[in-house]
Design a protein around this ligand. Structure first.
Ligand code: FMN
Length: 157
């Protein structure tokens, strides 16, 4: 069973060059779309509480200053993800993953990092197709034929 683990920040955001307040974080929106699609648990990393000790398959975060936010760095330092597959997804306001995938590889050297999904924060509500397309790699390696058929029918490739 995969698990979606994410860190997200609610409140004021820079969206298309303007400060706006949002109730649900951009990365949180994408995380819940993925967990609904996979019918799997979705766990939020909250800095003041203990980090989950279970294994990660999908790791989501906002791009902060070109890389991983500190709570994600702490999570990776404190969690043994050896031999796990990590499917990273991030939201951003123009920089994509930045150097976060390189930093992720350094922090999780014994994990396999699969192809990631970057989504612009201001487009998360329109990200269903991108998510579906990205999940094809997961369905293929887990032999989920029904989901694969559905994703390929809906995808643009
Ligand atoms: C402290 C901070 C630093 C950020 N740095 C970057 C950045 O370097 N590049 C970028 O494209 N977006 C950057 N952003 C924008 C966020 O990545 C973007 O708004 C994201 O969708 C927020 O996701 P969240 O709502 O899940 O926290 C930054 C936002 C914050 C709050």
């Amino acid at each position: 069973m995969p698990i979606v683990v994410y860190f997200s920040h609610r409140g004021e955001h820079l969206i298309n060059g303007k400060i706006q307040s949002i109730q649900v974080g951009n990365t949180e929106t994408v995380a819940y779309k993925i967990s609904r699609q996979l019918e799997c648990p979705c766990v939020e990393i909250v800095p003041v509480t203990a980090y989950p000790q279970k294994y990660t398959d999908f790791l989501g975060y906002p791009n902060w200053l070109g890389t991983l936010p500190k709570p994600i760095v702490s999570f990776l330092q404190e969690t043994d993800l050896a031999n796990k597959l990590i499917y990273p997804f991030c939201t951003h306001e123009g920089s994509g993953f930045g150097r976060s995938l390189l930093d992720l590889k350094i922090l999780a050297p014994a994990s396999t990092i699969k192809t990631g999904l970057p989504i612009r924060g201001s487009r998360v509500l329109r990200s269903d197709k991108a998510i579906e397309n990205w999940l094809i790699q997961f369905y293929e390696s887990n032999n989920r034929q029904e989901d694969l058929k559905h994703a390929k029918t809906n995808s643009w490739t």
